[in-house]
Write a new protein. Structure first.
Length: 225
């Protein structure tokens, strides 16, 4: 659980400061999307997918950039989609930050140890993947990254989510992230905390009617070198 009251966490707004070329850490982990009229679920085809992992806005600032997130994703076993191609429409979400409903920023797939072609294997045989949404609107500018993680079936089963696939996707992502990981000359240390109270448990309104346990895991990622 968080070491500070959740109410304080979600009601106090933070900001980013840029001094020259050095990004400074933000003041808050994240803001509860519901406080700004948003949702902890995104908008998918048959309901919402849970935003079940959050990379804290208090992580090292470079991790929260597009390029930094890609390198971190590759450090924990994910990479860009196969040959840079995405099939289907992007999902959308409202993070309650004043930006309204926006498209996902990017999507990463399990790469099985190969940054370049491993995600093509995931597209074929299934595996873990996550979508990313950035909380950066003027009403709640935490800079946090909200991830919709899930484990999916192979292409022969239309990439449907496996049974309990949202909880499994979250847990496998977190298990692969915690501790010390390196990629591209950068070493990361990741700490995880489970949060309850911002996501309802159950299957009501969830994509494909797959139940979730109501746990969101907060990752704080610190660059070591």
């Amino acid at each position: 659980m968080l070491s500070v009251p959740l109410a304080a966490l979600v009601l106090v707004y933070g900001s980013a400061i840029t001094t020259g070329l050095v990004l400074q850490k933000r003041a808050d982990d994240f803001f509860d999307p519901a406080q700004g009229g948003g949702s902890i679920f995104d908008n998918a085809t048959f309901g919402g997918e849970p935003l079940n992992v959050i990379i804290s806005g208090q992580s090292s600032p470079d991790v929260l950039t597009d390029a930094g997130l890609l390198n971190y994703a590759q450090a924990i076993g994910f990479s860009k989609e196969c040959l840079g191609l995405h099939i289907g429409d992007p999902q959308t979400a409202n993070l309650g930050d004043g930006n309204g409903v926006v498209n996902q920023t990017v999507e990463f797939r399990q790469d099985f140890g190969n940054d370049d072609l491993g995600t093509c294997l995931e597209s074929l045989i299934g595996g873990n993947h996550f979508r990313v949404f950035r909380q950066n609107g003027t009403q709640a500018n935490s800079g946090a990254l909200f991830l919709a993680a899930s484990k999916e079936e192979p292409a022969t089963k239309n990439h449907d989510i496996v049974a309990d696939g949202y909880n499994i996707g979250r847990d496998e992502l977190v298990a692969g992230a915690v501790g010390t990981k390196s990629h591209g000359g950068v070493t990361y240390n990741t700490e995880a905390k489970n949060i309850t109270g911002i996501m309802p448990a159950g299957s009501d309104g969830v994509n494909h009617g797959i139940a979730v346990d109501g746990i969101v895991t907060l990752l704080t990622v610190t660059i070591q070198s």
